[in-house]
Design a binder for this molecule. Structure first.
Ligand code: PMM
Length: 274
């Protein structure tokens, strides 16, 4: 398993797909909006995710749901920083933000991974902040804010276009001083993507390894899975199994226990190519 430089040692020794548990401290995210807005319930949920086996807790204060309005930096800081500070220092925390100011404050408060769904495009100071923080950086494929993203879901060949655009962001990040070995790439399912784009990216997930970097995928409970008309968590687990069999670095999921079970069983089966 290819891990980014700077990941805590106990995670680096694992030869399996990692599970990132989602903690949205927002009133309006895709599936868990409003549930964990106060600090005690956010902490209780983080603890549940850890008990369920999450390797990383991804804390976000701004919803990226399609059509969502932006919040102020102050509001975002007020939602996430108290939660990060209150969590046990042994918890591996990633901060899900597009803002350099929030990323820096979160690292200061104890976060050790920066997860930027805009791949440095929403805030021109982000790459510099990441370089300064010197923590692993998740660089997601993105084309625009929630209000406008579906108007930008236009691709000649979605897999090739996403790889090319991600490669360009990675080069800029490195140019800005971020260590290439600390970068993780993410195809950004649902962000300026129609269902057919998400499915095409999933079925060609191995092509992303051309970038030579660890890959993270967030498919959990997204609309293209709900559109199947089946249980969205069951559909998420199927995607987790597929991604783990294809050796992605990590999956970002809401139902941590389900993904952990799937990965645990798959681990026992072993590598079919051996
Ligand atoms: N998706 C959401 C939020 N943050 N971060 C990464 N790296 N990848 C994703 O796909 C991603 C993300 C939106 O989903 P949510 O509102 O259910 O958390």
């Amino acid at each position: 398993m290819l891990h980014p430089l700077g990941l805590p040692e106990h995670l680096k020794s694992l030869d399996r797909t990692l599970v990132m548990g989602v903690l949205n401290v927002t009133p309006d995210s895709f599936s868990d909006g409003g549930k964990y807005l106060d600090v005690p319930s956010a902490i209780a949920h983080a603890q549940q995710l850890i008990t369920d086996g999450a390797d990383i807790i991804d804390i976000g204060g701004e919803s990226t749901r399609p059509g969502a309005d932006r919040i102020t930096t102050e509001e975002e800081l007020a939602r996430v920083i108290p939660v990060i500070k209150a969590l046990d220092k042994s918890t591996v925390i990633s901060i899900d933000t597009m803002r350099s100011e929030v990323a820096l404050a979160a690292v200061d408060a104890g976060a050790t991974i920066i997860n930027d769904v805009s791949g440095g495009m929403a805030d021109l100071d982000m790459f510099e902040a990441v370089a300064k923080s010197d923590v692993p950086y998740i660089c997601m494929h993105w084309r625009g804010h929630s209000q406008e993203m579906y108007a930008k879901a236009d691709y000649l060949n979605v897999v090739e276009d996403v790889i090319e655009e991600l490669a360009a962001r990675v080069e800029l990040a490195v140019f800005a001083g971020i260590d290439r070995r600390k970068i993780v790439v993410d195809p950004g399912l649902g962000f300026a993507k129609l269902p057919e784009h998400n499915w095409a990216l999933l079925s060609s997930i191995l092509d992303l390894s051309r970038l030579g970097l660890p890959v993270l995928v967030g498919a959990s409970r997204k609309r293209f899975l709900k559109d199947l008309g089946v249980d969205p968590d069951m559909a998420t687990h199927a995607v987790t199994a597929y991604l783990a069999a294809n050796k992605v670095w990590a999956v970002r999921v809401h139902d941590v226990a389900g993904s952990v079970s799937v990965i645990r069983a798959l681990d026992e089966v072993g590598d079919i190519s051996e």
